[in-house]
Design a binder for this molecule. Sequence first.
Ligand code: SPV
Ligand code: MN
Length: 631
Amino acid sequence: MNSLKDRLGKDQYEKLARLGNEKLFEFVGKYVELCNPARIFVATDDPADRERIRNEAIEAGEETPLSTPGHTIHFENYLDQGRDKEHTGILVPKGTELEPMIETRDREAAYKEIHEILKNIMQGGKLYVLFFCLGPANSEFSIPCVQITDSPYVAHSEFLLYRPGYEEFKRQGKNARFFRFVHSQGAVTETKVSKNLDQRRIYIDIEDNTVYSTNTQYGGNTIGLKKLAMRLAIRRGEKEGWLTEHMLVMGIHGPKGRVTYFTGAYPSMCGKTSTAMLDGETIVGDDIAYLRTKDGKVRAVNVEKGMFGIIQGVNSKDDPMQWKALHLPNEIIFSNILVVQTPDGKKGVHWIGKDGAVPPKGYNHSGDWEVGKKDAKGKEITCSHPNARFTISLSSFDNLDKTLDDPNGVEVGAMVYGGRDSDTCVPVEEAFDWQHGIALKGAALESETTAATLGKEGVREFNPMSNLDFLSIPIGRYVGANFDFGKKLTRAPKIFSVNYFLKHEGKFLNEKTDKKVWFKWMELRVHGDAGAIETPTGRIPKYEDLKRLFKDVLAREYRKEDYVKQFTLRIPENLAKLDRVKTIYETKVKSTPKDMLRLLQEQKDRLLKAKEKYGDYVSPDVLAGVAASLP
Ligand code: SPV
Ligand code: MN
């Protein structure tokens, strides 16, 4: 056994030693020994280290430069294109179960298994030791993290997505309470994608604040600070009275230069990033937020500083801000899109839903590709994977909000919950108060599954606060923590729901850009500058207000008949949803807060009463009382 000093060499060792943290040494020493790499690089906050790692990702063939300077393409195994829920588990001591809906593994057995997988996994290869910080540095939100990985692609992604952490480790010194991540892509194929997918594991040790990820490259499984850290942070927050949410943070620009900050929780692939990137507004973050209470108000930070965005459907009309950034020589890693050799010898790219026609051939995550190509199961392979992504720093965007690195975060004026729901909830609706919002908008959220996780798409699933995949505490306790958080507030944010996916006779009722209007309306509501119609499920906009906003914001006529279709209260669907959700909270969730069940029941009672009075489908005009005599 070599000492860590021998293995690292003097220069690398000293970089670690300068942090003066005994536990950090122990951790790095243990996994260096186990993974047994031939070479080790310890990175600091020096931009030269980041540049070096980017170059090494290219040299290693994990990324390939495209013709636009700064752009590279990365591929993952055809079967490694989303979060692997089945092989992701929270480690718990023998005989304990968090909740049937949260995947767990026996801690002891899992350690045995993962240590076996990790043994000599980096033999002959290179290991990187990296330091990042979750949340802005030098703040009560900051959590320093150390990442070990053998993938320069993962390391490079983290440099784009997270704030540097070497100096933060120094600042926090020997008492730093840090999160640890060990990743190995394992053996790779000729095209440099993980080969041993049967040994793909993502194990989260909540006791030791350590996450292990093996034989996978997809970001959601490998980038420690993203969804892996979320599980650790949710637990820490519960103990300390703050929240970790699957939320965007953005500034909505209201009248007279007023900026109101919103957070928004949406399941993966349900419009979170495109909302955070609405043109005319400013982005703080698009995926993960920490929320704390201060002086009776909620303050939020973006945990990250970059975007791991879905590229499917990004086009010049609907997503002008992304479109622009993706076409400039910014530092960007594209993953799993189509690369096309242009006649002038350039490497261009295409993806599902990009402007222009799909090129007839090129290469993508399936290898050489042409239109009509089928996979082993006979399924047509699209030009890019539906969950294909781009990784970019937020500093590349013109609409970046100036508060991104404010150690105090932003004051939250409103929180929004949105799901993929084709038949139940209206496009936008305000909750009656904090508790009602947490229970009926957040904790009762359902959404149809998407390509962001491996498995079947389009299946309606319960997804409280869009956070189910990342919960490391029982659901009942998590909902309770949200209720309790509200008790500390004297100025609670307003809570809203949005639904961009409502259909009528199989057709979407809204255009993608309509969300701009919903956000302007919500902003007015936060300040009492617009009225609303009370319904059994919340408060909805008045037609006149939307008509004016559609004209002002989108220069579009908003027809009354569209309003009526979109905002008709669908009582049978709402009742069915309440029954599904109630059954889950009564039978599957342990220790559901009593308030949760009471609030579900109260909503059901209101709906039944309305049904008796008005029938199954109730026009907003009827609810407003202006047409109460209509059938
Ligand atoms: C999501 O799926 O919610 C993402 C991407 O933000 S992932 O990193 O896979 O979680
Ligand atoms: Mn996400």
